[in-house]
Design a protein around this ligand. Structure first.
Ligand code: BTN
Length: 261
């Protein structure tokens, strides 16, 4: 079904996140497009949505499968007055916002996997790619959000068919991409304001309440090295805390986490 960008524009009138909305029928990557707009001076809150991406980017140089007519591919430009070291908190905040936008559609099982996957049960329904750059003296961030909305299982790349899902697969109902975009911007605005006004603690608390990996054994892959441990939470900077077999806690700031068992 065609994406109704006018409907989204009307619903986001007067809001801080989601305006202006740039809608594209096709683009290589909404994140790349958002950076072009950022360089040209686009304001905080600018939203880029595409019906399809020809080179959707995932974390760790992966490709994000982006077929037309079924999913949400969105990028939000932010210009926060925070030190660059605090930027990872925004990835976690974005995960909370997406999870809360999905909860009314899918009451059971929406959960977060560090650093930036939103899952339903054990399957990934959304990935977030937050990129930070310094533009002059300030930092800018693009939060790229890909939600599998109405994609059917048979259309998933066979490599992800077992580990990924869509809202349609989980609820049995075709979901409105426009309503989801509006809800997502609303939750994003709420949590972004909370982060800027109250700091990270409330975001961290909400993230932990939605975390689907607390206490679970995981394998961390980073730069060719593997490490196993049990998830003990996240710290005040958003780093993952892993407890090893002796109970020693290690901070993890990057890498790919696989939940075991
Ligand atoms: C991941 O889980 O690896 C992150 C995936 C992020 C995908 C989204 S889709 C919209 C935005 N544009 C991109 O090129 N990537 C992000």
């Amino acid at each position: 079904m065609e994406f109704d960008a006018e409907l989204v524009r009307a619903r986001l009138a007067g809001k801080g996140i989601g305006r202006p909305l740039h809608f594209l029928a096709a683009v290589d990557s909404t994140n790349r497009w958002a950076w072009e707009l950022a360089r040209a001076g686009a304001p905080e809150g600018t939203l880029v949505i595409a019906d399809r991406q020809t080179a959707g980017r995932g974390r760790l140089e992966r490709v994000w499968q982006s077929p037309p007519g079924c999913n949400l591919y969105a990028s939000i430009l932010l210009r926060p007055s925070i030190p660059a070291a605090e930027a990872p908190r925004i990835t976690l905040m974005a995960g909370v916002a997406v999870a809360e936008a999905l909860l009314p559609l899918c009451r059971a099982g929406v959960n977060l996997k560090w650093p930036n996957d939103v899952r339903i049960g054990e399957r990934k329904v959304c990935g977030i790619l937050a990129e930070m750059r310094t533009l002059g003296a300030a930092i800018a961030l693009v939060a790229g959000i890909g939600v599998n909305v109405n994609m059917v299982r048979a259309d998933f790349d066979p490599a992800f068919r077992e580990s990924a899902t869509s809202l349609f697969e989980e609820t049995g109902r075709v979901q409105s991409r426009e309503e989801l975009a509006v809800a997502l911007c609303g939750r994003f605005e709420k949590w972004y304001e909370t982060l800027l006004c109250e700091g990270f603690p409330p975001v961290r608390e909400r993230w932990l309440s939605l975390c689907g990996m607390a206490g679970r054994r995981v394998r961390l892959l980073f730069r060719g090295e593997e490490r196993e441990g049990r998830v003990a939470g996240i710290d005040e900077d958003g780093a993952l805390l892993l407890s090893d077999d002796r109970g020693d806690i290690r901070r993890v700031t990057a890498g790919d986490v696989r939940i075991l068992g």
